[in-house]
Design a protein around this ligand. Structure first.
Ligand SMILES: *Cc1c(COP(=O)(O)O)cnc(C)c1O
Length: 304
C-alpha cells in the first residue's frame, strides 16, 4: 500500500567532532515517501493495512492546524486509496494555512472541533457520535500513536544501524521512541529529546513502554531540557541553529521537533557528554511540510 523509498544515511563532518573522535550521521526518514514523509509514514503504515482488513473506507483522525500528522494522514490516505477526515482543533481560519490547504488538496475533509470538545477526542462516546455523523471509519488517535504505530516505528532501524552507539530522536507522543526502544541492540543507547516542557515525559514514556510491554535491550535516556519553552515554542537561538545547520550540511530541519533534537545533540557533544569513539545516529523524522506554515505565521524565512 505505502511503498517506502530507499532511506539514505548521510555522514556529517565537523572539525570539532573529528577532534573529539565522535562521528555523526543522519538517517533521512524525511525521504521515506514523497507524500507521507518521516516517522509518520511508519506510524500509519500498519494502521492503514488494518483499516483495509476491517473493510473500512475512511480514516478519521485528530490534530492541530499545523500538524504533521494531519498532513501525513491526508497524503497516505490519498496514496493508499482511503477517504480521510481530519478533526482539527479550534476554529476554521481562512484562507487555510499551507498544512490544511495541502491536506484538503489531498482529499481530506476538514472539520473543526472547539477546544472544549477536543478534550473528548479519545472518548468512545464522542467517537460514536462522530460515527453517526460520518459513517463507519477507522480511528487513528491524535499524533498517530497506538500499538500498530509502534509496530511500524520498530522498523525504522535496520541491520546497518547496528554500528551506531547512540540513536537520537525527537519525542512528541513517544510512539517513535517506543518503537525504537523495542528495536535497539544491547550495545546501543537511545536518546529521546522531548519537544514538550516538563519532566512528566519520563513517567509518560515509562507508562507507554509498560503498556506495550517493551523491554529494551539497550539503554534509554530522555532529555527534557531542549524544549525551548514548550511545544511549538522557539527562540532566536534555535532558528539561528537551523539556519546554520542548513548552511553547513544542506539539510533542512523544522523548529518543532528535529531542530530541537539536533540542537540538543550537538550541544551535548560540545559539553563532552558523549565518550570518544561514539557513533551517533540522528533520526531526521521529517516534518518539513510545517515549515511553510511556520514561516508564514512568524514572518521567518527558514530554509525549506
Ligand atoms: C510527530 C513527529 C515527531 C514525534 O513523534 P512521536 O512518535 O509522536 O513522538 C517527531 N518529529 C517529527 C518531524 C514529527 O512530525
Amino acid at each position: 500500500m505505502l511503498i517506502p523509498q530507499e532511506i539514505s544515511t548521510d555522514t556529517l563532518h565537523h572539525p570539532l567532532w573529528e577532534r573529539l573522535g565522535i562521528s555523526v550521521a543522519i538517517k533521512r526518514l524525511d525521504q521515506v515517501h514523497p507524500l507521507a514523509s518521516g516517522n509518520k509514514f511508519f506510524k500509519l503504515k500498519f494502521n492503514l493495512e488494518q483499516a483495509k482488513l476491517e473493510g473500512k473506507k475512511k480514516i478519521l483522525t485528530f490534530g492541530g492546524a499545523y500538524s504533521n500528522h494531519i498532513y501525513a494522514t491526508a497524503s497516505a490516505c490519498q496514496a493508499a486509496g482511503f477517504e480521510s477526515i481530519g478533526m482539527i482543533r479550534g476554529e476554521e481560519t481562512l484562507p487555510l494555512n499551507p498544512t490544511l490547504a495541502a491536506a484538503r488538496e489531498k482529499g481530506m475533509m476538514l472539520h473543526y472541533v472547539s477546544r472544549v470538545d477536543y478534550r473528548n477526542k479519545k472518548e468512545e462516546e464522542f467517537l460514536n457520535g462522530l460515527r453517526k455523523t460520518h459513517g463507519a471509519f477507522y480511528h487513528v488517535p491524535e499524533g498517530g500513536t497506538n500499538s500498530l504505530a509502534i509496530k511500524g516505528t520498530s522498523e525504522i532501524l535496520s541491520d546497518q544501524d547496528n554500528e551506531y552507539s547512540h540513536i537520537c530522536t525527537s519525542i512528541g507522543t513517544g510512539g517513535t521512541f517506543a518503537g525504537l526502544a523495542a528495536s535497539i541492540g544491547p550495545h546501543q543507547v537511545l536518546q529521546g529529546f522531548s519537544s514538550l516542557k516538563g519532566d512528566f515525559i519520563h513517567q509518560e514514556m515509562a507508562d507507554l513502554l509498560g503498556k506495550h510491554q517493551i523491554s529494551p535491550k539497550g539503554k534509554l535516556e530522555i532529555e527534557d531540557q531542549y524544549h525551548f519553552g514548550g511545544y511549538g515554542k522557539t527562540n532566536g537561538d534555535l532558528l539561528a541553529f537551523i539556519r546554520w545547520f542548513y548552511g553547513e550540511f544542506q539539510i533542512a530541519l523544522e523548529p518543532i521537533y528535529t531542530g530541537k533534537m539536533c540542537y540538543g545533540v550537538l550541544e551535548k557533544i560540545k559539553n563532552g557528554d558523549f565518550p570518544k569513539g561514539s557513533k551517533i545516529l540522528l533520526l531526521h523524522t521529517g516534518g518539513l511540510q510545517g515549515l511553510a506554515g511556520f514561516n508564514q505565521r512568524f514572518g521567518t524565512s527558514l530554509p525549506l
